[in-house]
Design a protein around this ligand. Sequence first.
Ligand SMILES: [Zn+2]
Length: 147
Amino acid sequence: MMAKVCIMCQANVDGKPGAVAIREDRIITTIRTIKKKLGIAQMNQLYVCQTDLQKHSERRKSFEKSMMIATVLAGVILVIMILAIILSGRLDAWAIVSAFILAGFVIILPVFKYTPATVNMSVATKTPIGVPVQNKVVQKKQKKKVR
Ligand SMILES: [Zn+2]
C-alpha cells in the first residue's frame, strides 16, 4: 500500500487538492534501496501538502544555496591547499589526499539540510550524489521524513 505523505508535516495527503509530488532524486532512491535491504521500507509516496508548499520552497532554496556555497568553498580550499603544498616544495602525496578529503567533506556538509525538490521545481543545483560515506548520514537524517 502506497500512502501519500507530506514530507513536512507527515500528514496523509491522499485525495487532498494542491499537494505536490516530490521528485525522486538519487538520495531518495538510495535511501529506499537501503531501507528495502533492511526490510524497513514503507514505500510511501512523498508529497508536500498545500499548506507546507511555501515553507518547503524556502527550505529547498536554502538547501540549494548551501550546496552552491559548499561547492565553491570546497574548490577554494582545494586550490589553496594544493598551492600551499606546491609552494612548500615538498610534494607529499598524503597532503594532497588530505586536501581532497577535506574538500569532499565540505561538499557533503549541506546534506544535513537536505530538502528534496518537488516535481514542478526547476532544479538549480544538482543534489550531491550518494557516495558510500554519505549514505549513512543521509539515511540517519532522513529517517523521520522518508517513510
Ligand atoms: Zn504538510
